[in-house]
Each structure stands twice: as structure tokens, then as C-alpha cells.
Design a protein around this ligand. Structure first.
Ligand code: FES
Length: 132
């Protein structure tokens, strides 16, 4: 039979353990956001590359296209090399054409295409950037 003191002590231990688990769970889950909406106020001209918050908006002949700036190899941030008009990865040297096609390097896939929508009210472009 437990004394009142033992019951109270176990209650406190459970409370502390539960609080700790909750804090860890909140930390692991982060903000709870699974995606980020990135806005571009104007469409890119043909051949123009715009960057904002981990995403590129590229003006192609057939219209704008949005890419994640994360390299499909191991996730380094791709840089746009305007002089040669392609994307390159500073980590292991993968290169990608303006339309996201893989040119060379250890990456096996093309650049990740993101969901792109145009806001009819103001002509701005919105990109949905996954945060995983
Ligand atoms: Fe980009 Fe390896 S992370 S090539």
C-alpha cells in the first residue's frame, strides 16, 4: 500500500515526465508548418531568374517555372550562375540547365519543380515550398 507521500511523489514524477515528452514532441514537430508560401511580386522576363526564400522562379519561353533551391543530390543550396545561365551546386558540383534538367554531377534527378500559382488580383506569383 502506497503512502500519500509516495502517491504524490509518483504523481509529480509522471507530471515532469509528461511535460518533458511534450517539450520534446513540440521541438521535433517544430512550428507545425509543412509548407511555406513564397510570393514573387512580378513575373520573370524570359531568361530571368528570381530567388526568394529557398526557391527560384525562372522565366522560360513557355512561361515561368518554379524550382526548389535544394540540390536533389544531398540538399545543398543551388546557386544560379548568371554568366553561364545554369544552376550549380557548391557542394559536389552538380549542374542544372535553366529548365531544371540535370547537366552533370552526382545528382541523379532534375531540380525539384514546385507548385506555382498566379494571383489574378495582383499578378503576383505564389510558390508552395515544402519544408520537409
Ligand atoms: Fe549538390 Fe551534392 S549536394 S551535388
Amino acid at each position: 500500500m502506497l503512502t500519500r507521500r509516495e502517491v504524490f511523489t509518483r504523481f509529480l514524477q509522471c507530471l515532469v515526465a509528461g511535460s518533458s515528452l511534450y517539450i520534446v514532441w513540440k521541438y521535433v514537430r517544430g512550428t507545425g508548418l509543412s509548407s511555406l508560401e513564397v510570393n514573387f511580386s512580378k513575373p520573370p522576363k524570359e531568361g530571368e531568374v528570381l530567388f526568394s526564400q529557398g526557391s527560384y522562379l525562372v522565366g522560360l519561353k513557355q512561361g515561368p517555372i518554379a524550382f526548389s533551391a535544394r540540390c536533389p543530390h544531398l540538399g545543398c543550396r543551388l546557386e544560379y550562375a548568371a554568366m553561364v545561365q545554369h544552376f550549380q551546386c557548391p557542394c559536389h558540383g552538380s549542374q542544372f540547365a535553366l529548365e531544371g534538367r540535370r547537366l552533370k554531377g552526382p545528382a541523379k534527378k532534375r531540380m525539384t519543380i514546385l507548385d506555382l500559382r498566379m494571383d489574378d488580383r495582383c499578378g503576383a506569383y505564389k510558390i508552395t515550398l515544402p519544408l520537409s
